[in-house]
Design a protein. Sequence first.
Lengths: 262, 327
Amino acid sequence: MKIVVPVKLVPDTSADKRIDPATKRLVRTGVETVLNPFDEYAIEAALQVKEKAGGEATVTIVTMAPESGKEVVRKALAMGADDAVLLSDAGCAGSDVWDTAFALAALIKKNGFDLVICGTQSTDAGTGELPGALAEYLGVPGLTYARTLELDGTTVRVERETDAGYLKISAPLPALVSVTKSINEPRYPSLKGIMGAKKKTIAALALADLALGRPIGGDGAKTELLALADPPVRGKARIVEAADGAEGARIIVEFLREKKLI
Amino acid sequence: MRDVIVYIEHTAGKPRRVSLECVSEAKEIAAALGGAVHAVVLGKGARAAAEVLAAYPVARIHLSEDADVDAFLLDPQIDYLEAVARGAGPSLVLVPNTMIGRDVGSRLAARLEAGLTSDIVAWSVADGVVACVSPKLGGLTITTCAFKSDYGVAAVRPNAFKAVTGAGGGEVVELEKPAGKTYLIRIEDEVVEAAGELGVEEASTVVSGGRGMGGPEPFKTILKDLAEAFGGAVGASRAAVDAGWISHGHQVGQTGKTIGPQLYFAVGISGAIQHKVGMRTAGTIVAINKDGTVPIGEFADLVVVGDLFQIVPELTKSVKEIAAAHS
């Protein structure tokens, strides 16, 4: 059984990011690149499926990233994934969700798969649109927002989170599942895992290897960024001490009246 | 692009408010493009939802109560939407920026080879090209993205636009079942844990609690009461969710939901960057904290320093009294 986990490399989530006003790009200097935190839940879910399945099951990490991303991907291998494939090509620059899904689908199909497990969203763009688009391009059932994941022979069963509770859904393999952070607690790489990861294979492919038949990146993108603007400036907060509950409530009510919110 | 197609998310025939907001805004976009507004409403209750939609400015309401829509996840809906979009020709499809809306939008965009813009709060039309404005990177920057594709899909942020009734024609069209399709994702059961509760993404007021709540109880009592007084939803910081005090669906922030309600209460939340990026585009932010020096002071509008366990119930009481006086 081949399990594939697509991941994304994102700027460190605890860093306060800023946009360079001159280049209108995210300032990456001094901001570490990390594995998208949501993807760690997907890796953990994949490892648990593998451990239960035993035998021939493998977990492959795939990502679209520059070759410098190899060391970040190694963390996923240190957690226990078997190998990784990087799609590294200057032609990927400027890819939007559509391009990324299209190219990753081609990569995943080329390598073969039974089950694709991904995180729900990334912490940088955070659109949460990749899993659905990827399922479409792979041509397989997409079971999104899974908070549980069970494999029963060749049927995958998940509890899909909804705003009001959850749905119990199932589909035959091959399939794609996106997992929420309720599903598990990702493991930390062990020392043995970290040492072992150094010997694992991280293959790098170029766009030409995928024969996509159409451009992606800036040339293929379906949307064009016209402008970046600073968010509206918030005035300094009014900070008021409240001696008791009634005073606190009165301060807030007055403030909300001023703002015409009540 | 000429026509604007709105995917209607509904609960048992009651359209979600964000879908009515989408329909209302679709009228303006369609007017700028010189096209018409279509609504697509599917599954059990579609007919009842269509009756609600009749009061809104929609030219055509496409509906189907096909049992497959409720028996299988998403895929039948995508087929119906695709059929309506292909029928209308190059068009803009609006979906709500909710869990289901994003799921529908991403698949439909892949089918239509359409550009996708998410979390839109404003738009413009120039020379027949639609551009969408969305906050990105947790509100760090506001982007304007234009569609380069024939079809476009935009996920619309709840509360960014107003739901306005109006005449539109409201011709009801029964959709034909797409031929030759088999569906694989079977819905075996639906478990409702929080019936009738608004999600944090959709509520116009969100009352969030953090570490300062001290345990799960206040989320079910004082925060819930305050949220209800505003007709809003209860949210939470990562600290509260990780402590197991409330489920992940309520989490606001980097590893939770990014929201932009009109009014946001941060109760016992210090305002770490991971939280900030999920809510800083809210209209008005009120923090209640025992410490006046917490980081949330840097991006809140009002910080009340005091005992939240006293202030929140008093505030609920006042808000209810004001609401009662107005009704």
